[in-house]
Design a protein around this ligand. Structure first.
Ligand SMILES: Cc1cc2nc3c(=O)[nH]c(=O)nc-3n(C[C@H](O)[C@H](O)[C@H](O)COP(=O)(O)O)c2cc1C
Length: 188
């Protein structure tokens, strides 16, 4: 099997990371891969925001508020808040990926979303090529106004399509995929 094919097939979503840092040039290489994603009409609708320590600290109030809301009780255990904070502070890389909105053309917005997903996955595969795993998250934070504000993203212009957590895997989960016979149809 070619290395490229193997990279696609072996990639898994990773939930637990080692603390080892990701070299900056590997992040840049992943963003370079993202930049080359296919894109109808050449709109280049994606943006990648790599969250440094100060920005991560800035989003903690939103993280805590969402954790409290999820727990659905006013006096949440400190351990629950700590777990929520750790999910944002501990990944070696944390990248918010956005796609351009288009209030006048729903089809363009959909095509742009598709292109941005390609860009995001290009980055994920480029990282996996260096044995770095990602978790693509679309948790409540990615739809939270305070989170947008902390990142200085105008939610009328851009939509956060995912928060990528990345790092060297602590463990790699296995996952069952749909059988090829259930998804492949050759038509006459
Ligand atoms: C659009 C999208 C949103 C996702 N959102 C989340 C998420 O919010 N939390 C999470 O743990 N995983 C999320 N994932 C990862 C999937 O759960 C994961 O891809 C799936 O379990 C299949 O595993 P695999 O990526 O190893 O093939 C998301 C994946 C996609 C494509």
């Amino acid at each position: 099997m070619s290395e490229v094919l193997n990279n696609m097939i072996e990639r898994r979503t990773v939930y637990k990371f080692q603390s080892k840092e990701i070299p900056a040039h590997i992040i840049e290489e992943a963003l370079e891969a993202a930049r080359h994603a296919p894109c109808h009409k050449h709109t280049h609708p994606w943006k990648f925001y790599v969250l440094g320590p100060n920005t991560r600290k800035k989003v903690l109030p939103a993280v805590e508020r969402l954790a409290r809301k999820k727990a659905n009780k006013p006096d949440v255990d400190e351990s629950i808040l700590e777990r929520a904070r750790t999910k944002i502070l501990s990944p070696p890389a944390l990248i918010a990926v956005t796609s351009l909105r288009n209030s006048e053309d729903a089809f363009r917005e959909e095509e742009d979303y598709a292109a941005s997903v390609c860009a995001l996955h290009n980055a994920v595969l480029a990282l996996w090529n260096h044995d770095i795993g990602c978790q693509w998250s679309t948790g409540g934070l990615t739809r939270d106004g305070e989170f947008y504000a902390a990142l200085d993203i105008d939610s009328t212009e851009e939509r956060i399509i995912g928060l990528l957590k990345a790092g060297y895997p602590e463990s790699i989960p296995s996952v069952k995929k749909k059988a090829i016979d259930e998804m492949r149809f050759y038509l006459e």
